[in-house]
Design a protein around this ligand. Structure first.
Ligand code: GLC
Ligand code: GLC
Length: 661
């Protein structure tokens, strides 16, 4: 496997480590040596290919490996133990037992110590994985909700200290819960010490960013780049008056893009990543990885080198902290998203990725009441590698982009432009029968493109139907909320609930008066947790009770359905009624659950009226009609008329054999 030079380089580096830190003996050191030896050759190839233009690359590569050891030395014993256990059970994250919640600390519990007191609420719901939105230090004022980091090694002082993160991770681990934190890889705040030094004229740190003396190069870049925030932050470069230079700022003007062409940047960021891992974090959400590499003449997204960087980071984590999983926040074209898993085990990148395709199509199906675009788009997605999993979600803290493939829209007989325009009208409530209360995000007047902001409840029509006091519409909204959650729970992957959705929180318009947040309507769907309202989850007949208990039940069923673990064991099923989404969950042989687990046929009605479906779908998928079938959700047999199955408006069934578990 090794070339001679590679082998001698590895031994040479190990010698240097031993000279500095003493003999690498004992179990832990052995683990390090074995993991490093296993990954060394690939690490080196990746590094050399990324920096093939630089003649100092050998020096930097050595530096990277040395810094891995210094991070490994600092990895606490209990985490090393956990790493070993997870290496033996490397499919641990695919289990159906996990369900997550995403929340802003300051909106949910004020700070880290407040959060500890709220863990029982997450447990009451059944969630056991928490994604704390950015907690690292960011400047007050403009900070994109924490996505402009000024110090990767400090927690925002209002939230607490890094030691609070360590204690929280311990507490969660004891309760068999997982902690996820963000790592904002693509950019720093302009108040980060590197940016400050760059602003003072320090050349070394100017090279940490993309800086140019005039518009010559920026204009070349711009010719092929799009704008992420065309309304509030047009353009991809920002003029720095003190330097008379332009710096690349793809997101907001205060978020400076890191220059990964400089190997120092990569080494620093790997160090930060492993530092976070050493605090006890289980999963690291890699923010905006699609943007990591820039190349003139391209749109600077999803480039091969961005993938190489992720592969490198993954290998580094495999050496130092193999128990830590990576989440790719790559909200890009459906066929591009899967690439963030890497092509195979050998080519590993991220373990988890956001299923933005499913999310957007759930909203498309609700608006059109039809699931044919969903079937077409999801049905044509490349299969992800075994071991990789999705985050399935209905809402997150960002906008909803209808980024599915135009071609499939044409194939279902619609015009792509008109179809998207309809969706925007529908979710902003302009369409005549729509009760959705969303807002356009980043409307580009040049081409009419826009995305949608709004909470799950408001987009599902709850806000408007409550205002208008229309019981039938209130009922429909509640059913939509529960239906969409039923899909994300059962589709295969980690369901992630956005905080507040479990009690039906509507849009929060207070951001409009906030001088710093006013321009960004994503804040409307990031409401402050209304604990008074949450109190009503105990009152039978309240909206909060209805949603909260439905989610509790869904999570309970999920935990008891081994066939819902994600071994790529989800198959879309052809069903002649275009309003009904149908898929089969079965236990793949690889899951080891084959013997105990049955299968579930999920049927979900996206239409506001009663729908029927030929019962023979059950025979087709091997259900034993003599023994009878039940719907796991109601605990009853599904309703039939002669040979037709009946589904109420927005009803779903989890059909399984009565003899199942
Ligand atoms: C990610 C975040 C988003 C943020 C952007 C820039 O996409 O989810 O909220 O604005 O990165 O960091
Ligand atoms: C991320 C996502 C994009 C989203 C943006 C801002 O870059 O990829 O879809 O609109 O963040 O929220």
């Amino acid at each position: 496997m090794y070339g001679n030079t590679e082998y001698s380089l590895l031994s040479d580096i190990l010698d240097e480590i031993e000279e500095k830190h003493g003999k690498l003996t004992g179990r832990s050191s052995r683990d390090f040596v074995i993991r490093l030896s296993t990954n060394f050759s690939v690490l080196r190839d990746l590094f050399m290919s990324l920096y093939d233009q630089r003649n100092d690359r050998e020096k930097h590569f050595r530096q990277l490996i040395l810094s891995l050891y210094s991070k490994y030395r600092k990895r606490p014993k209990d985490l090393r133990r956990q790493d070993r256990a997870r290496e033996l059970d490397h499919h641990w994250l695919l289990d159906q037992k996990w369900t997550g919640m995403t929340l802003y600390l300051e909106h949910f519990a004020k700070d880290l110590s407040g959060f500890q007191k709220r863990i029982s609420y997450l447990e009451e719901l059944g969630t056991n994985l928490v994604h704390l939105m950015p907690v690292l230090k960011s400047p007050p004022g403009e900070n994109d909700g924490g996505y402009a980091v000024s110090d990767y090694r400090k927690v925002n002082p209002e939230f607490g200290k890094m030691s609070d993160i360590r204690s929280l991770a311990k507490i969660l681990r004891k309760r068999d819960m997982l902690l996820t934190l963000d790592l904002v890889l693509n950019h720093t705040s302009r108040h980060h010490k590197w940016a400050k030094k760059a602003l003072k004229g320090n050349k070394k740190y100017q090279d940490y960013y993309y800086m140019f003396d005039d518009r010559l190069i920026p204009d070349q870049f711009e010719a092929h780049m799009t704008d992420v925030f065309p309304t509030s932050s047009p353009g991809n470069f920002t003029y720095q008056k003190v330097l008379n230079k332009w710096v690349m700022t793809v997101f907001h003007h205060y978020q400076w893009d890191l220059n990964y062409r400089n190997p120092r940047v990569l080494i620093e960021m790997v160090d930060v990543l492993l530092y976070l891992a050493n605090q006890g974090v289980d999963m690291i959400r890699l923010d905006a990885p699609a943007f990591l590499w820039k190349e003139i003449g391209t749109n600077c997204q999803n480039l091969q080198q961005a993938h190489t960087i992720l592969k490198l980071m993954k290998r580094c984590a495999e050496v130092v902290a193999p128990g830590v999983k990576f989440i790719a926040e790559a909200v890009v074209a459906p066929s591009e998203i899967v690439k963030y898993f890497g092509a195979s085990d050998k080519d590993h990148e991220c373990d988890v990725a956001y299923n933005a395709t499913l999310m957007a199509l759930i909203w498309e199906s609700l608006a059109t009441t039809k699931v044919n675009l969903l079937n077409k788009s999801i049905g044509n997605l490349p299969v992800k590698p075994i071991g990789a999993t999705w985050i399935n979600y209905v809402r997150c803290h960002d906008d909803i982009g209808f980024g599915f493939d135009d071609e499939y829209i044409y194939q279902i007989g619609s015009d792509a432009k008109l179809h998207r325009a309809f969706l925007l009208d529908y979710y902003t409530g302009k369409f005549h029968s729509s009760y959705a209360n969303g807002a356009l995000f980043m409307l580009n007047p040049a081409n009419g493109d826009a995305r949608i902001s709004g909470t799950l409840a408001s987009l599902a029509g709850l806000e408007k139907s409550l205002e208008r006091r229309e019981p039938k519409q209130i009922e429909n909204s509640l059913r939509k909320i529960i239906l969409t959650n039923a899909v994300i729970m059962s589709f295969g992957g980690l369901p992630m609930i956005y905080s507040g959705d479990e009690i039906g929180q509507c849009n929060d318009y207070s951001y409009q008066k906030d001088p710093v947040r006013g321009y960004d309507n994503r804040w409307m769907h990031r409401p402050v947790m209304n604990w008074e309202s949450a109190q009503k989850r105990g009152e039978v007949g309240s909206i909060q009770h209805r949603i909260f208990t439905a989610l509790q039940k869904l999570i309970r069923i999920r935990k008891n359905s081994p066939e819902w673990a994600d071994f790529n064991s989800c198959k879309l099923v052809f069903c002649e009624n275009q309003h009904i989404l149908a898929y089969l969950r079965f236990s793949g042989a690889i899951s080891g659950a084959a013997d105990q687990a049955g299968q579930t046929l999920v049927l979900a009605n996206f239409h506001p009226s009663v729908q029927f479906l030929k019962k023979d779908i059950l025979f087709r998928y091997g259900f034993d009609m003599n023994m009878g079938v039940i719907d796991k959700y109601t605990g009853k047999a599904p309703k039939y008329h002669l040979d037709l199955l009946e589904l109420q408006p927005y009803q779903f069934y989890f059909i399984s054999d009565k003899t199942g578990h």
